[in-house]
Design a protein around this ligand. Sequence first.
Ligand code: DQA
Length: 142
Amino acid sequence: DIVFVLNGPNLNLLGTREPEIYGSTTLADIAAMLEQKAGEKGLTVDFRQTNHEGVLVDWLHEAHTEGAKAVLLNAAAYTHTSIALLDAIKAIDVPVIEVHLSDPATREGFRHLSYVGMAAVDEVKGMGANGYAVALEKAAAL
Ligand code: DQA
């Protein structure tokens, strides 16, 4: 089974981006860690990052056409703005698990609304890079 791991804007800068909030682990570190964990579970991870909203929409559609078991989605700031992502998640049969390194609920008010969360089957927040591993466990158990 394949699990898509889709990362949104500015997450390519993980490691140097506001490390006091997001930690010093890079996205490449997270990808390597997840690929190893997935291998142990007999899963394949397709790990991607884009700064473009429509590309995330395309990749959600692709997860559906590829018959992915689940999507782990850290839509970053688009989480809080994108009705297009909400609609895409609703349009596909693949379960989506919302992931955030930080806990948006404890931050600025504009991060409290999650369009992704309106359609996601589960969420992992505030656990830093390890949250991706926790989300993969949840995906494996679906
Ligand atoms: C984030 C939280 C979002 O509010 C923020 O816009 C991000 C990263 C996280 O992983 O904590 O870019 O999704």
